[in-house]
Design a protein around this ligand. Structure first.
Ligand code: SF4
Length: 207
């Protein structure tokens, strides 16, 4: 529970809203497990497109975006996820994730789903583009490393090599929980922070 809201229910509503904001003509909805599972279920419910388990996550491997070296991160994706070819082959797939940070992991996952035989991939993100770092404690890459800081949504679509790409709007995301807008920080999505920030502190480096 956060602010009296059930996180699972909010995520599901975000997925429903995502389906309304960015519908897709597709055969199945699959999530990038585990954090996008509930949003993908919400997308499925709202769109009427069947939810399937198309990617299996290996829980014995850690989170890839905090691994410091890009080469290790690339390897990480391959050992962390397994595509279910029997589910994906010859299907038009809606692939739901809860964020795109650098974009490198998303690109590898798209390639994995494509190699498993997907006919089309429609990438949907249950949060807005992350254009600015977090200064309040979330371990994030630097501003230059954030793909949405450098590229437009169309350029990210081309980089990922997907048929379509849709992010949830800031208005949609903030409008979901039943609390006033001013109670939320949306700094990494808008660049407007609720407190004064020091740009030099956008990454805590312990050296
Ligand atoms: S919403 Fe605010 S606190 Fe949360 S990760 Fe983004 S900048 Fe950090």
């Amino acid at each position: 529970m956060i602010f009296g809201e059930n996180v699972d229910k909010v995520r599901r509503r975000l997925g429903r809203l995502l389906a309304r904001e960015h519908p897709a003509d597709a055969d199945i909805v699959i999530s990038i497990p585990d954090s996008a599972n509930t949003a993908a279920l919400g997308f499925s419910e709202e769109s009427g497109i069947r939810f399937e388990i198309g990617l299996i996550r290996n829980h014995y491997v850690g989170r890839s975006f905090i691994v410091p070296d890009q080469k290790i991160r690339d390897l990480d994706v391959k050992v962390k996820f397994n595509p279910v070819k029997g589910v994906i082959r010859d299907k038009r797939v809606v692939l739901v994730d809860d964020s795109i940070v650098r974009g490198t992991t998303s690109k590898k996952l798209v390639q994995m789903v494509r190699n498993a035989g997907a006919k089309e991939i429609h990438f949907r993100v249950s949060a807005p583009p992350i254009i600015s770092p977090c200064f309040f404690g979330i371990d994030m890459p630097t501003r230059q490393e954030l793909i949405a800081n450098r590229l437009s949504v169309e350029q990210i679509r081309q980089y990922l090599k997907v048929e379509s790409l849709g992010y949830l709007s800031v208005k949609g995301m903030v409008g979901m929980p039943s609390l006033p807008d001013e109670d939320f920080c949306v700094g990494c999505f808008t660049g407007n922070y609720p407190l004064a920030i020091d740009e030099n502190l956008d990454k805590l480096r312990l050296e």
